[in-house]
Design a binder for this molecule. Sequence first.
Ligand SMILES: [Zn+2]
Ligand SMILES: [Zn+2]
Length: 152
Amino acid sequence: MSRASLTRTGSPAYQGYLRSQQWGFRRVRWFRDRRAEGFEPACQVCDRTLTDLGSLDLHHTSYEGVGWDEDTQKWWAEEADEELMPMCRDHHGRLHDRLDRRGDFYGWSRHRASIVIAAQMRREYFTHHPVTPRDDEDNARNDEQRGGAADE
Ligand SMILES: [Zn+2]
Ligand SMILES: [Zn+2]
């Protein structure tokens, strides 16, 4: 099997991968596995969950697990779980604004830049949206309700 790795965001090959059935299946499996572990996927910046939003994007912090198999003419999608970062559509777009421009993170590995930028954005987000005691109460109540629903 010959394997060509993909490193460039926005290349035609990468766009093809994101439309492929292999990525579709890998994506579904990522979410299913997190839920099987009892973990509700949430945006790494704002903590809004899959349940809150109805859908989440998965950002690739690396494409090391992705390639094209010449023999079968199919993609292989073997991203490690931790190479996929759940994000709401809004924050995913903003992360790319910082990641893809030739700015502060130019020359960094995609993995390291993604993690640092997401952490930066998270700090900024919670500076502007402080969690109030009232929110905490609501969250606690929601957690109880979710716990109940899960037993049904
Ligand atoms: Zn978000
Ligand atoms: Zn992305």
